[in-house]
Design a protein around this ligand. Sequence first.
Ligand SMILES: Cc1ncc(COP(=O)(O)O)c(C=O)c1O
Length: 395
Amino acid sequence: MTVLEELDGWQRELRAQFPIIADRPELAYLDSAATSQKPQAVLDAVQRYLTTTNANAGRGTYTWANATTALVERTRTRVARFLGDPAPQQRSGVHFVSGATEGLRAVARDWLPRHLRDGDEIIAPFADHQANALPWLESQQLLAERGVRVTVRELPYDPASHDYDHTALARLVTERTAFVAATHVHHVYGGDMNVHRIRAAVGPAVPICLDAAQSVGHLPVDVGTLDVDFVVFSGHKAMALPGTGAVWARNLRGPEFRPGGWSGTPNTSGIASLEAALDWLDTAGPDRIQRWIVALAARLTDGLRASPAYEVLGCQLSLAADSAVQHREGIVTFRHRRIGSNDLGFVLSSHGLMVRADEHCQGRAGETESSVRVSLHVYNTPEEIDRLLAVLAAL
Ligand SMILES: Cc1ncc(COP(=O)(O)O)c(C=O)c1O
């Protein structure tokens, strides 16, 4: 029995819980790496919050304000537990942000300058999403203005394996290496980066910040086994409302993460949605979600590779090759050898197929220019993949 057959009944039940998907079966949303759709349980939680206890957090003496404060604190613990933190809030902390971009910038702006000394070196992934490249350069500039010189080196990427080049990384590390930024799942190539090998290459003392925007909600992310110091993710890519995200900080290597001074009123309805989203994802099971979307990605990759008109970028993933299945997640980026990606995007859109075309916010655009990205989540189906493949085959 294939994974898609085994999980078919489970997936149908989950898909039916997304009104925007269930109400429009003629459409296929294939852009979940940009943002996910929201299940009814999340919509209900927001409605319930706004119609029962909506107030500001941390300021009140009355029940609604206290309920909102409790929601915010409970969701901090919920995020930590969801990430497998065995002792939430003993030392570790969770801070709410509007998405991964703001989360990474908060680490770069509010923590990194307190941690770095003149002459230190940091390593950052310039082939990844620009949200995980630019903040570290901004931090370098900010420090330079204060007379603190920091060298930023590129986290080496291996285009053959579509993982980081751990041997080259180990060679880059010196006694002045004070911080490494890395990505968990690449937002264009779909590679699931081997975080254990990053830790092994940089040694036990260097703080690692993991951009988990494309992994949280798509696969199990467990800080009990991943020895990283920050996990930054977008709630809105993990079934919660737009404008949500979080930074989890271990607070063991370097100073405590205390972002942003006076941050004002938190996004309380967003936080209510995040709590419900994490409950929903836990019930659905991140491991099963991962198996489903990887199987869909493999079906798509196999279909594309059967046609000489298409070139699949990033690591290959085949239903036939179990080892590769471990490495690539539910993101498939490809190119037609003659038709530009914007034209391809328009054609697909006219068939109700919503994909990401053209530019992918990469720190260094390079080889992925003019490509189309399909990114999957648990509500996507094999029939949608087959529809997409049929349209592509006809071009
Ligand atoms: C790997 C990665 N990091 C960061 C971001 C930025 O996330 P947000 O849109 O929540 O700011 C994205 C968004 O696509 C991403 O894919």
